[in-house]
Design a protein around this ligand. Structure first.
Ligand code: OOG
Ligand code: MG
Length: 262
């Protein structure tokens, strides 16, 4: 920790303001190069508290930068963890308003809902699968608040890992009998295939993202609660979108997700 409480608050307000007014800002490490990951997660938590004071609730948790494709695209090679809020949920078949966003991108993910809490340290793929109630297909719409979508690890953690919107599919499946490593994902934009992946693109197994999340929370004396909706991170690279674009993603065994940007 290198920042005092007041600076954490100031940077949280700076990023919250950028999100709410859909305007980009310079990355916070330009002004605070010494900022460490503890500071960054503290800023993320302060953003949560600002939103909570307005009545906004946490709707889920997410892991990010969990696939080689995403790590390479963003030049960062450590998984990160963020929050999803109630207003970010868009129904399958629905519309996303680009006027509320800065420079959105879409990525395909596998989401989990737990029946038992996960308590790190020591969680692994087996722990996660035993605690999983069901999995769902998901698409995340990320929207960095930073100019030109460029950032470093601590800046993006503070910016709530670029969380912006998410769409959950309708098909829930038990993990028994489902091999999440070979589960295929085909993402189309305006009828053209723009990205493809198998579940193993995410840390070898999407459940590994939740194991690392639980170990991260565990190191802070917190657990990942039962019932939580959790996204395991983009299996594909993220694809830039604009108003008028239609996204359609087919997930093997898990149905499809479709929505439009207006
Ligand atoms: C950070 C968020 C990454 C994912 O699934 O990898 C993320 C970013 O790329 O802006 O959500
Ligand atoms: Mg994501």
């Amino acid at each position: 920790m290198t920042l005092d409480k007041q600076t954490i608050q100031k940077l949280a307000a700076y990023l919250e303001e950028a999100e709410m007014h859909a305007h980009d800002v310079t990355k916070i490490t330009d002004d605070y190069p010494q900022l460490d990951s503890e500071d960054a997660y503290a800023i993320q938590a302060a953003i949560r508290d600002i939103k909570a004071a307005r009545g906004t609730r946490v709707a889920g948790l997410k892991a990010g930068l969990t696939s080689r494709a995403k790590m390479k695209q963003m030049g960062v090679d450590v998984p990160i963890f963020g929050l999803l809020f109630d207003y970010m949920s868009v129904p399958n078949g629905g519309e996303v308003k680009t006027s509320e966003l800065i420079h959105p991108k879409v990525e395909s993910e596998i989401a989990f809902v737990l029946k038992k809490p996960l308590k790190g340290p020591g969680c692994h793929v087996g722990t996660v699968l035993a605690a999983t109630d069901f999995v769902l297909p998901a698409v995340e719409i990320i929207d960095s608040r930073y100019r030109n979508f460029r950032f470093d690890l601590n800046s993006v953690i503070a910016d709530n890992t670029s969380s912006s919107r998410f769409v959950v599919g309708d098909v829930a499946q038990n993990v028994e009998g489902l091999d999440l490593r070979t589960l295929g994902i085909v993402m189309e934009k305006n009828g053209e295939i723009v990205a493809m992946a198998a579940g193993a693109a995410v840390l070898g197994h999407p459940a590994e993202a939740l194991a690392q999340m639980a170990n991260h929370y565990g190191a802070r004396g917190e657990e990942v609660p039962a019932g939580a909706y959790i996204m395991s991170g983009g299996a594909t690279a993220a694809v830039a979108v604009q108003a008028g674009d239609a996204i359609h993603v087919r997930f093997q065994h898990l149905g499809a997700i479709g929505f439009r940007f207006v």
